[in-house]
Design a protein around this ligand. Sequence first.
Ligand SMILES: *Cc1c(COP(=O)(O)O)cnc(C)c1O
Length: 391
Amino acid sequence: MRTKAIIYLDNFKNNLNLVKTRVGQDRRICVSVKANAYGHGALQIARESLKAGVYCFGVAAVPEGEELRKGGIKAPILLLSQPHPNEIPGIIKANLIPIISDSEFIVILNKQAAAAKVKLEVHLKIDTGMGRIGCPALEALELARQIKKSPALKLTGTATHLAVSDSADIRDLEYTKQQITRFKKAITAIKAAGIDPGIIHAANSGAVILHPDAWFDMVRPGILLYGYKAVQEFELPLNHLKKLMKLKSLMVEPVMELRSTVSLIKKIKKGESVSYGRTWIAGKDTYMAILPVGYADGLPRLASNKWYVSISGGIYPVIGRICMDQCCIDLGEKPNVERWAEAVIFGSDIVPEEPELPIIYHSAAALAETVGTIPYEITCNINRRVPRLYK
Ligand SMILES: *Cc1c(COP(=O)(O)O)cnc(C)c1O
């Protein structure tokens, strides 16, 4: 097989159990499976999650919800983005829970739900400082009232989203605290008016790591479950760290490993160039391997001349421009690599057996850092033509 993504479901299960232990077994979990579960396969991830007792799922688009329903997922599904009115029939049919930010949409939704003779669950979204969807905190009570008065709608949750929960910077910790305070105030006002806000939720992965105050009734982690920590606890200022000391560090493991195959080995003479743009020129005679993986598969072109792959226990640099479907690897003067050997493009960090040797950072998070992005974008971009193999 040319290139494949191995999905280690055991790692996912372990990561999920670590999160459950951290937030408490009784707290509900909404697993973020939008964008095909960040490239890992939404249906397989959802099935594995349900085995571990997860409560619900978060998707961004109606077809993502439909895919889960077709696959037999019966758990609640939150639609985390603002849909278009012409998507409402699909929402009703797939029994998705839309997230409400404004009065106009409540009217539209109530009308369509009434016409379809259903009582549609909705969650109210409050913008406490994310600056994206959600209503201003001061309007939350008014919207909760409007939902309550809408005969075809039922308010079963109230949520907010945190902008900098994954930052250990002292100003960002303070900003998150402010967001939580605003959220709590709005919830208090809703309750004081005799309205049940339903399930209260705010925490993404960053907040699962750093902000127990944001856990409320349910947490909504994504990236952490796929094995990437947006933030390390040890980066925290000391007083915050002490508070978190009771909690164990979350030793999550990457769930995805991208593998390819050495499809060709060639001799390259000193002075010869490799790939488009001639950005790499051999300083001496060497051997080169071709891997049938490129930016169309999701290996970022910006990693050209910057990344390393692991083949048969050795680490070898990517040389020259990464092409759409292929890339080139320098095997050195005396290659220890056989044709058709498997190459790991990214996966877990490589810890050498000799303790004095450095760890080779080789996860999607390390690749992301190399090209100036975040691990989310790396795993999401692994193209559909790359088969997922579940282990
Ligand atoms: C994507 C998303 C999450 C999960 O975020 P992570 O950073 O992956 O944990 C949580 N809540 C909302 C509203 C989201 O859109």
